[in-house]
Design a binder for this molecule. Structure first.
Ligand code: ATP
Length: 230
């Protein structure tokens, strides 16, 4: 493992190739990580074999198996199955015990997550709950494509710029003076325009990253510019 500023994990072990584990393993492989994917079900392993560096059939709670697959040399371990609580806990504990420095474990419930954190998971994730949250918030603001919850009624949202914003400058939209929102950045194709100037003009296909209350986002995205003085 390299250290210092430029450190980036290279080897990742993923245990459990359900929908979440499979998409995590595939995406990591696509990003250039060396992925070892493990599942007890050989059909899942066969399906993953073409996409990852090493796909192995076996029990992710078996320490000898993990060592024989060199999981102990991984920079990151992902315990991607959460339905079997005992296996989820054991895999997490084992990965930490054999020396994986950063273990991310998937939880189904708060209690499950707390347990994983207590036994050493470095990060606990709740993909189902997060997906539900994103969907719930995106119903109140239709243009939202991604969302991070900050409080029950506010967050950071990535949204497609509404068609009626195209051609307007940020000055025209006057976000910060008329709404309790901050525009953090504009994503234009692959380009990120961080802290955009008020002269920046919205183009078709732009995505905006805003922080603030959901209600303000809803009003803003329906608006055509500065909120009229009440
Ligand atoms: P998802 O919602 O992502 O599909 P899930 O959290 O509901 O997954 P399961 O469907 O229970 O989890 O399991 C995900 C995968 O983990 C399955 O392919 C299963 O075969 C595998 N799995 C379960 N227990 C183990 C284990 N002990 N070792 C390795 N793989 C396991």
């Amino acid at each position: 493992m390299r250290s210092g500023k430029s450190w980036r994990p290279e080897r990742v072990a993923v245990i459990g190739l359900g929908r979440f584990g499979t998409s995590t393993a595939n995406e990591l492989s696509g990003l250039g990580y060396e992925v070892t994917a493990i599942d007890i079900d050989e059909r899942k392993v066969a399906a993953a074999a073409e996409r990852v560096a090493l796909a192995a059939q076996g029990d992710g709670t078996d320490e000898d198996l993990l060592r024989s697959l060199h999981v102990d040399r991984s920079d990151v371990g992902v315990v991607a199955q959460g339905t079997n609580l005992e296996a989820s806990v054991l895999s997490t504990l084992l990965m930490k015990r054999i020396g994986v420095p950063w273990v991310v474990a998937k939880a189904k419930t708060d209690l499950h997550g707390e347990l994983l954190a207590r036994i050493g998971a470095d990060r606990v994730i709740y993909p189902e709950r997060d997906a539900g949250n994103r969907l719930a918030h995106s119903l109140s603001v239709r243009h939202i494509s991604d969302y991070i919850t900050l409080s029950p009624t506010s967050g950071i949202a990535k949204l497609h710029a509404p068609a009626h914003f195209v051609g307007q400058t940020l000055e025209d939209l006057d976000i910060e003076n008329h709404y309790q929102l901050n525009l953090l950045l504009i994503k234009r194709g692959q380009k990120i325009i961080a802290v955009p100037s008020y002269r920046e003009r919205i183009e078709e296909g732009d995505e905006l990253v805003l922080v603030g209350p959901d209600r303000e986002m809803a009003v803003f995205t329906e608006s055509h510019g500065p909120r009229p003085v009440e």
